[in-house]
Ligand binder design. Structure first.
Ligand code: FNR
Length: 380
């Protein structure tokens, strides 16, 4: 009720509570370059649109008279109790949105008890972000470098910095065909802002003939060559399992057979995700892939979900389809662009307040009672 009560006194939120307006506002504030990179998606945008359509097509069937006066959004994920089924997705190069970039986003997450997943392509070294989070829950997202020494060095640094879970992104061994980046020649990685996490890595730096400041172009090319590796196959996961004691979650899983292979390889979870529609144009919508993955491995693995979450009712739907928690990407990046840490906090609070109300008004006192029967799927 806080926002309604504030309204009575004339205090309106600094940012809109309709989070779908944030992209346009951020573009007005920061211009088309940075927003083009964040909003952009693969090909003609069909996967990003399909992500939305698959969520919109599913409709909630509310239940009545079920005593929802006391509610609890908390869930158990990967051995930790989270205050709500939400984490901030790994989003690289956040300094294009705000000078405090990942640090501001991570502080906002830590203050609400929401896990923050730090990108390998962070514009701030992981040690610094970790320090700013205090005892906030942090997971590390790995872009799995070509060089084992660099991968090992990243894992060791993440461990030493208190990152608990490892999120290995498998859907980006190459950057996709993204027309908005190609047409604007705006790839922040190549302009240096996404490389700080690499440029602070001793194993990465050891591979350079000259210090970064003496030959910055060679350093960037080394980064591009190191970033990820399209030659990897399933048996390579053994290396990560041997070098990471905590939970490992594979991000970018869409096929049930891949989910089964993840379980067979000793992984702890998957994120059903198509990278927010940024990788494979024409891909299955993430919400359409989710039920098949849950059916295949729901009893063996933690199943998380992202791609297209914009509202509390979207979170409700993903949970009803069997996800244990969701990640959100672009909305918090825009919140960061508009108002730094406070903007990210606004996005987290709006999503959770709307989820709480959607659950209550649909007859659920918490996520635990949701099942696929709480949705119907509209047919065209
Ligand atoms: C991403 N995403 C991403 N994923 C990842 O594993 N590592 C990364 O560095 C990035 N970087 C990144 C940058 C930007 C600008 C965006 C928009 C996305 C993907 C991200 O983690 C997540 O899968 C999607 O953003 C989820 O979709 P929505 O919530 O943006 O629709």
């Amino acid at each position: 009720y806080e926002i309604y009560l504030n309204g009575m006194t004339g205090a309106v939120p600094r940012l809109p509570t309709d989070l779908t307006r944030l992209e346009e506002l951020t573009e007005q504030r920061l211009g088309p370059g940075p927003v083009g990179y964040v909003a952009g998606s693969a090909g003609n945008g069909s996967t990003a649109r399909a992500n939305r359509e698959a969520l919109d097509r599913r409709r909630i069937v509310p239940r009545m008279l079920r005593d929802v006066h006391e509610r609890d959004l908390s869930v158990e994920v990967l051995g930790h109790r989270l205050p709500a089924p939400l984490a901030l997705a790994p989003v690289g190069v956040l300094s294009i949105m705000h000078p405090e970039g990942e640090s501001a986003a991570a502080r906002a997450a830590a203050a609400r008890g929401v896990p923050y997943i730090l990108s390998s392509a962070s514009s701030t070294p992981m040690e610094q972000v970790a320090k700013e989070m205090g005892d906030g829950q942090r997971w590390f997202q790995l872009y799995w470098a070509k060089d084992r020494d660099v991968t090992k060095s990243f894992l060791d640094r993440a461990k030493a910095s208190g990152f608990t879970a490892l999120v290995v992104t498998l859907d980006t061994p190459l950057l996709a065909w993204r027309p908005r980046d190609l047409d604007q020649a705006y790839l922040p990685f190549l302009h240096g802002v996404g490389t700080a996490n690499y440029f602070s890595d001793p194993a990465f730096l050891a591979g350079l003939a000259k210090p970064v400041h003496e030959d910055p172009n060679a350093a960037v090319m080394h980064f591009v060559g190191m970033f990820a590796d399209p030659a990897k196959t399933w048996p390579d996961l053994a290396f990560l399992r041997e070098n990471w004691d905590g939970p490992i979650v594979l991000k970018g899983i869409l096929h049930p057979d891949d989910a089964r292979r993840a379980a067979d390889a000793g992984m702890d979870g998957v994120v059903v995700s198509n990278h927010g529609g940024r990788q494979v144009a024409g891909s299955v919508a993430a919400a359409d892939a989710l039920p098949r993955v849950v059916e295949a491995v729901g009893d063996r693995l933690t199943v998380l979900f992202d791609s297209g979450i914009r509202t509390g009712d979207d979170i409700f739907k993903a949970l009803a389809l069997g996800a244990e928690a969701v990640l959100v990407g672009r909305p918090y990046a825009y919140g960061l662009g508009l108002d730094g840490q406070a903007g990210v906090d606004h996005v987290i609070r709006c999503l959770l307040a709307e989820l709480d109300l959607t659950l209550a008004l649909s007859g659920h006192a918490g996520p635990g009672t949701l099942t696929p029967d709480d949705l119907i799927e509209e047919t065209a």
